[in-house]
Design a protein. Structure first.
Length: 302
């Protein structure tokens, strides 16, 4: 039921015996890298493959920078994946409890952080795990959009946020990183990140898509109507996956936004216009917030 990898604890109490989410055989390649090599978080020849770059580069950790995490905080990371941000959170916090559907992904997380002793990874579905403690911080990094798959409710996104709220202490904070349904890159022709087709989010998701992102106002409403009393928005560029800059509401209106033009490496795209030029044309306007490619939302529980 329990396995140790260095100082990391893997808890299989809620593991069904089957990994319910996977990128395929490339995950074995990644597991081999973290088991047998060093320095991979900075650079590696396998970074020519998008999945390896996405899961292992330390650039992923930049999304943690705005989070208010103190050395006394206990953190719940839901959907920890292969631990792209687990280490960055654990270096700031007293303790990190991770929840992840996949045993193989959890092993990657454990091996890459085996020198840390404040991480426990619970393998299983968040909905089915009995959580008896209240946390100071909870993170959902690239997770909320998949609630339809893993939350058994006619309103899975609302139910997910409500359950997360119930796991926080009063005044505790939730951090959500997610793509913007109206992100500028989608108007420019980039494929929707989860479905691999252009314009699908802009034109409207269907029930069959089984994934959903939100506009800024939709995301704020979802959070405030389901257990939280205030929000603060941040805007990662080019997006939350590989951020090179993160702005708040004030700085985004004052800055000349510039970022690498090519930042979706997993599929060829035909870019219809220069995103940097489009964002520069919106400098000083409220509209720039609504077309950011991703959001990082800090939500405070009442």
């Amino acid at each position: 039921m329990v396995e140790k990898v260095g100082g990391v604890t893997l808890n299989y109490q809620y593991y069904s015996g089957k990994d319910l989410y996977s990128d395929g055989d490339i995950e074995d390649v990644i597991l081999g890298i973290v088991q047998n090599e060093e320095g991979y978080e900075y650079t590696h020849e396998a970074y020519s493959q998008w999945a390896v770059l996405y899961h292992l580069t330390r650039q992923r950790e930049n999304i943690v920078e705005p989070m208010e995490i103190s050395p006394t905080d206990e953190v719940l990371e839901i959907g920890a994946g292969m631990g792209a941000v687990t280490g960055a959170v654990a270096r700031r916090a007293k303790r990190v409890d991770c929840i992840e559907l996949s045993k193989r992904r959890s092993l990657v997380n454990a091996f890459r952080h085996k020198d840390m002793d404040n991480i426990e990874i619970i393998v299983g579905n968040f909905q089915e795990i009995e959580i008896n403690k209240k946390y100071d911080i909870i993170t959902l990094i690239g997770v909320l959009e998949y609630a339809y798959h893993y939350i058994d409710s006619p309103t899975p996104y609302e139910a997910f946020i409500q359950k997360v709220s119930s796991c926080l202490k009063p005044g505790g904070k939730l951090y959500i990183a997610i793509e913007n349904k109206l992100g500028m890159k989608y108007f420019a022709g980039y494929h929707e990140d989860h479905l691999g087709k252009p314009f699908v989010g802009i034109s409207g998701y269907t029930r069959e898509d089984k994934v959903k992102t939100f506009t800024r106002s939709q995301l704020e409403k979802l959070v405030l109507q389901n257990g939280f009393v205030r929000t603060k928005f941040y805007y990662p560029f080019p997006d939350y996956k590989l951020p090179v800059a993160i702005y708040d509401d004030e700085s985004i209106m004052q800055t000349e936004i510039e970022f690498p033009r090519q930042h979706n490496y997993d599929m060829d795209i035909m870019e219809c216009f220069d995103q940097n030029a489009a964002f520069c044309s919106l400098k000083g306007t409220e509209e720039i917030k609504y077309f950011a490619n991703s959001f990082l939302v800090e939500a405070t529980r009442g």
